[in-house]
Design a protein around this ligand. Structure first.
Ligand code: IPE
Ligand code: IPE
Ligand code: MG
Length: 256
């Protein structure tokens, strides 16, 4: 772990392995400054950069950022178009730096609805960083949790159809493996900014035992300190996974 890590983290094995963030509140952040929504999305990119670099420095294994939901197509044509343009620009501008920092980028979501040039940019960014061993950065774009489960089910159903798998052989692990997040563990800590307390069809299966952290901060104001606050909160939770508090305490090393 870097020497710049906040000193409250004394045991990196306690850190959340997988942090997922619903980056919400760009529009309200801009509107509260009398600016157009797009101004907030652009400021949101700076918060993404700060968060990715902080997560990387802290030694977090996986960061999944919700960038565009399958429902966000319902926004005005102009906002959708500008968001797509921003996505292309940011990907082109930042990929070299991400690669230099050994980040492995993966876009999760139904990218088939994106323009060919965006799909090409995504494919080459993923290919460039595929062998990196630093932070795994999943960007959820045209992503929906129900869609993710559906596409996993379709793959499994086709295996059953082909006789490769029987219905009885289906397990939770096999479903997890077919989700777009099959390459990473389930979410430990889910953060949502902007005061909204809902999941908005984000990773429904993968948050089964995540700790859910809601902050009033709008996404463009999120920074390294916000991330460490969320991690500090997480470190104070007792994760029980169905057991009692006493059972968990008995598993913990005796405090000196
Ligand atoms: C999140 O901010 C970014 C996207 C969904 C693309 P919003 O654009 O939802 O901001 P608010 O919620 O309207 O303030
Ligand atoms: C969720 O935010 C999607 C992203 C952050 C990309 P929204 O702002 O779209 O969610 P709702 O519509 O308020 O639930
Ligand atoms: Mg919103």
């Amino acid at each position: 772990m870097s020497s710049q890590s906040p000193n409250f983290i004394t045991d990196s094995s306690l850190l959340p392995k997988h942090i997922a963030i619903i980056m919400d509140g760009n529009g309200r952040w801009a509107q509260s400054r009398g600016k157009a929504r797009m101004f907030g999305h652009k400021a949101g990119v700076d918060a993404v950069k700060k968060t990715v670099s902080a997560a990387n420095r802290l030694g977090i294994q996986v960061l999944t950022l919700f960038a565009f939901s399958s429902e966000n197509w319902r926004r005005s044509e102009e906002e959708v178009r500008l968001l797509m343009e921003l996505f292309v620009t940011v990907l082109g501008r930042e990929i070299k730096q991400l690669h230099k920092n050994s980040v492995r980028l993966k876009v999760i979501g139904d990218t088939s609805r994106f323009s060919n040039s965006l799909q090409d940019k995504i494919a080459s960014a993923e290919a460039l960083t595929a062998n990196n061993i630093g932070l795994i950065l999943n960007v959820a774009a045209n992503y929906g949790g129900q869609w993710d489960i559906l596409q996993a089910m379709q793959k499994l159903a086709s295996q059953v159809e082909r006789g490769v798998l029987s219905a009885e052989q289906l397990t939770e692990a096999k479903i997890s493996a077919q989700l777009t997040t099959g390459h990473v563990p389930d979410v430990d800590l889910m953060i949502r900014t902007s005061g909204e307390c809902r999941i908005s069809n984000f990773m429904l299966w993968q948050v089964a035992y995540a700790e859910l952290y809601f902050t009033e901060q709008f996404w463009p104001d999120f920074n390294e300190a916000s991330l460490t606050d969320a991690i500090a909160w997480y470190l104070n939770r007792e994760r029980r996974f169905g057991c009692t508090g006493e059972q968990i305490q008995a598993l913990l090393p005796v405090k000196k």
